[in-house]
Design a protein around this ligand. Structure first.
Ligand code: IVH
Length: 669
């Protein structure tokens, strides 16, 4: 079959369209928790693109979603058929509906009192985990209930999940539970993503779903996943007769269960427990969106049976997410470090879930349009746990005709440069690297505590330095002097002196802080540390090829090209040269060695130890050893504390010697 010129042209156009669409849907699903199409429709689009690329290989681009880890979520995972289907639950939203559920149980079983359990409904992703002969055999997501993704390697990175069962429990059975991200871990991870110039996840559940679909378990291992187990697939196999026996079995097996479980035997008990859980759930370390009520006895459960999609013996009770209505006063546009233009809602202050809210996120301009949000509208805002409040909808009944629409800007509101649309993320950006707002964000990042830690350079001083054209990049900070600083407002001689000292003092900061401070896309503080440990100087790092970079532990296929590209840019090269000339530290300082007892050894630290890991890592370095983030053939020792997880497995596979803290202390005498 001959391929005509116009075939190719049509295919090229279609491929471009599909790529943009797929990336947009990826973002809606993972980042914004607002999917517009089903997984199946997504797969169809992806398959169409794959077909085009197979017919016209020259149309494959390196950034095509078909080439991207996580871009083809369901293509990369083997499928596991559930021996026992994974059902979902019917929902109730009021105490009356809950009482009606209890009445159905009473009627179905013909008894007045039915023992039930009530436990938190954890807002994560359902998993099933099979143990055989005492060992974790596989783990799978729910999928369509009959078949799910094989996420064994990813689940093995979850430290609280035992890889081997103790001997006092059945050795072959399947447990079911919810994978989630703890509130604190989620917040920290999102902060780190922001610092590395990556988009924040919208909520812990989406972050969890996205992480489980990661094809690179090295990335999964850096995410704070955890799991709580609440059931078994086959009661006979697990040798349990009731839900309360399930909880007892889990405890014996070392499987984590919910922090609170109630046993109830009337509708009143259930209502009381629901209210108690509501009091407690805010202080739980994970997000909960309700309660799950289950008939305790498995005999009773069998008698009640199931419908086509949900059991009759269980129900979910959903709490109302906390919402408030307030007036949208304005929509401001924030310019980020990478130029991303984000709309922010300015609100009439309103009290919600324990604090006064006057700003909320609007995610992006598409969303403003889709929800038809107008300035002057009364909007409903919602706060889910720790997450920043979001505008969820408009109360259109209160519109008076004075409201006005918000349009996506076609110019940067600060420097007036025509905006560009980032194809990958469909983010509207100011493309002007000299835009004063971008410059301010970059300087703020450079000087902040986690990076160069220059005290006295808060947001307002940075703003003045940039507005007075005294600073347009980090190297300019080192050219400042008393005369120049005297132009700033509200800066006395003493504070100018302090500021200059702090700037000069930062020249001796270790080079990883400088690399982090430069704000290279995807390079967070911990990657910067690893890079400098590996390459020992910024000069060597600057020369590294993409391949050299991927040799470095924890640096994968997304980060390496980003670093490589940054150091190839002429402006960046000039910036580095100026920073070097200013006397900043480019080479890792040879630390004063306490001893060379660990010379030539490479260490990986895992599990819970008696001291923070950083401290132990410093001690290893001070004695001549190297520390790395992941176990590889190059690892000499794995120092394993309590509850060490997947790294132990990997070490065993590679024949890496594992030692405990006592042995480590003994080595150093
Ligand atoms: S029991 C037969 N217990 O909620 C139903 N589910 O809406 C088995 N969930 O798919 C589910 N916490 O992912 C159960 N304590 C809990 C739960 C829980 C969260 C999730 C689970 C399920 C969904 C149903």
């Amino acid at each position: 079959m001959s391929v005509t010129h116009s075939d190719h042209t049509t295919a090229a156009k279609r491929a471009t369209f599909l790529r943009t669409e797929l990336e947009r849907h990826n973002r809606l699903y993972y980042i914004e928790a607002k999917p517009e199409i089903s997984d199946r429709q997504f797969d169809e689009l992806l398959r169409e693109l794959q077909d085009i690329e197979a017919r016209f290989p020259d149309l494959v681009t390196p950034d095509s979603p078909t080439q991207r880890v996580g871009g083809a979520p369901l293509e990369g995972f083997a499928q596991i058929r559930h021996a026992v289907p994974m059902m979902s639950l019917d929902n109730t939203y009021s105490e009356e509906e809950l009482a009606a559920f209890y009445q159905r149980l009473v009627k179905g079983l013909g008894r007045e009192h039915i023992d039930c359990t009530l436990e938190p409904k954890i807002d994560g992703v359902a998993v099933t985990i099979r143990y055989e002969d005492g060992l974790l055999k596989h783990a799978a997501t729910r999928g369509d209930g009959q078949m799910g993704d094989d996420v064994t390697v990813n689940m093995k990175t979850v430290k609280t999940l035992p890889l081997r069962l103790p001997e006092n429990v059945p050795q072959t059975f399947e447990v079911r539970g919810e994978v989630f991200m703890p509130k604190k871990g989620f917040a920290k991870m999102n902060d780190e993503r922001e610092e590395a110039g990556e988009p924040r996840f919208a909520n812990p559940r989406n972050a969890t779903a996205g992480t489980l679909k990661q094809l690179d378990p090295r990335i999964v291992a850096t995410r704070p996943l955890d799991v709580i187990l609440y059931g078994v697939a086959d009661a006979e196999e697990a040798r349990v007769k009731s839900q309360h026996e399930v909880f007892a079995l889990m405890k014996r097996a070392g499987l984590r269960t919910a922090d609170h479980v109630w046993r109830c035997r009337s509708a009143d008990d259930l209502v009381k427990a629901i209210r108690e859980l509501d009091e407690k759930r805010r202080s739980l370390p994970y997000e909960t969106d309700g309660a799950v009520i289950k008939v305790d006895s498995f005999d009773d459960q069998r008698e009640l049976g199931v419908t086509s999609k949900a059991p009759r013996w269980a129900i979910a009770y959903k709490y109302q997410p906390e919402q408030a209505e307030t007036k949208l006063l304005a929509v401001d546009i924030q310019v980020g470090r990478t130029g991303a233009l984000t709309p922010v809602a300015r609100l009439e202050p309103v009290f919600l879930s324990g604090s006064t809210v006057s700003n909320a996120t609007l995610h992006n301009f598409e969303e403003i349009e889709r929800k038809d949000i107008r300035v002057g509208d009364h909007v409903i805002i919602e706060k889910a746990g720790e997450v920043i409040p979001a505008v969820v909808s408009v109360n259109k009944d209160r519109r008076g005709g004075q409201e006005h629409r918000v349009h996506a800007p076609d110019k940067c509101p600060v420097c007036h440069a025509p905006v560009s649309r980032d194809e990958e993320l469909v983010v509207i950006r100011c493309p002007n690297p000299r835009c004063p707002e971008q410059v301010k964000r970059r300087i703020e990042h450079f000087v902040h505590r986690g990076a160069m830690d220059i005290r006295g350079l808060g947001e307002s001083v940075v703003a003045q330095l940039v507005d007075h054209k005294l600073v347009s990049d980090p190297a300019d900070l080192y050219d400042l002097n008393e005369l120049l600083l005297a132009r700033l407002e509200r800066q006395g001689a003493k504070s100018i002196d302090n500021l200059l000292n702090a700037i000069a003092g930062s020249k001796t900061q270790p080079p990883w802080r400088l690399v982090f401070g430069l704000g290279i896309l995807h390079v967070g503080a911990s990657s910067a540390r690893t890079l400098l440990e590996h390459f020992s100087s910024i000069d060597k790092l600057a020369e590294a090829s993409v391949e050299d970079l991927t040799q470095c532990p924890d640096i994968g296929g997304t980060v390496a090209p980003s670093i490589h590209g940054w150091f190839r840019d002429a402006h960046n090269q000039e910036l580095l040269a100026r920073l070097k000339a200013a006397g900043l530290t480019f080479a890792q300082r040879e630390t004063e060695l306490a001893s060379d007892k660990l010379a030539g050894t490479t260490w990986v630290i895992t599990g819970t130890l008696s001291r923070p890991r950083d401290e132990i890592a410093d001690r290893i370095r001070a004695n001549g050893g190297k520390v790395s983030g992941s176990v590889s053939a190059k690892t000499t020792y794995l120092l394993a504390g309590e509850e060490a997880g997947s790294k132990l497995d990997k070490a065993a596979k590679l024949g890496v010697q594992v030692i405990d803290e006592a042995a480590f202390n003994a080595m150093l005498g």
